[in-house]
Design a protein around this ligand. Structure first.
Ligand SMILES: NC(=O)c1ccc[n+]([C@@H]2O[C@H](COP(=O)([O-])OP(=O)(O)OC[C@H]3O[C@@H](n4cnc5c(N)ncnc54)[C@H](OP(=O)(O)O)[C@@H]3O)[C@@H](O)[C@H]2O)c1
Length: 224
């Protein structure tokens, strides 16, 4: 079991679900928001393992950061806190989308680009990027956590496999089964509209068994 301290940064829809899921594990973690009062009020929902914090304190103290903030502000965040984030693990659930004219969503970066690849350009020195926790909508991330008898899977990508145990421990402590899809260049698959995203070809949360079948089928169809 890893004891690295996690900080959930940003307590909107996804940040609150991530915190709620983590609170069911044995792990202590920071819940940080630019509004400290909001962090204090919300933290009472998650028991005494969730420690409310301002962002400045959290970035100095934690080792793993879940950036539950909009894609558009991640570059600015990584630059602003670059000194405190040196060598740390940055978990990025962002989906690069905005509302379209028809009540749906559209991608706000190039069709073949991913948020993962874009955000990897702004990483602080020796920091390691993980794309994870963004493959399900907030409702499914909450409802399918700690599923029985077989857990739902959460996919992740990272270039640095030495951090796989830390990432997988975070995903397990969130009530899911982890599955690495590849490096950051594979992130497009697990972002919105991707073949392994709930709001892409995947369509719903899946178990590890179902996910492996899908990946196998997708790989086979690529060779047909
Ligand atoms: N919602 C989903 O179903 C879903 C699913 C998968 C992935 N995601 C991704 O998760 C991320 C968060 O989405 P969300 O739905 O949780 O958004 P949200 O409900 O709008 O919450 C965003 C949070 O980020 C904070 N924030 C905004 N700008 C900031 C800045 N410059 N510095 C620090 N904090 C800032 C906000 O603080 P304030 O409250 O002070 O504005 C808020 O706490 C996004 O990247 C999104 O693409 C969302």
């Amino acid at each position: 079991m890893t004891t690295s301290k996690i900080a959930v940064i940003g307590l909107g829809n996804i940040g609150q679900v991530v915190a709620g899921n983590l609170s069911k594990s044995q792990r202590e973690f920071f819940v940080a928001d630019r509004n400290l009062e909001k962090a204090k009020e919300l933290s009472s929902n998650w028991g005494n393992k969730a420690q409310p914090s301002d962002i400045e304190t959290a970035v100095k103290t934690a080792q793993i950061f879940v950036l539950a903030i909009p894609f558009e502000v991640i570059e600015e965040f990584l630059k602003e806190y670059s000194k405190d984030l040196v060598g740390k693990i940055i978990v990025d659930p962002s989906n690069p989308i905005a509302p379209d004219e028809n009540g749906g969503f559209k991608k706000i970066i190039g069709e073949n680009e991913s948020a993962g690849e874009i955000n990897s350009k702004f990483l602080p020195e020796n920091a390691k990027l993980v794309k994870a926790l963004g493959t399900l909508g907030a409702a499914s991330l909450s409802e399918s956590a700690y599923q029985n008898p077989e857990k739902s899977v959460l996919f992740y990508t990272t270039d640095d496999e030495s951090i796989n145990p830390e990432v997988e421990s975070l995903i397990k402590d969130s009530g899911f089964e982890p599955l690495r899809i590849g490096g950051i260049d594979q992130s497009i698959r697990i972002e919105v509209f991707g073949d392994l995203h709930e709001f892409g070809a995947l369509g719903k949360p899946v178990t590890l068994t179902e996910a492996k079948g899908k990946i196998l089928n997708l790989t086979r169809s690529a060779f047909r």
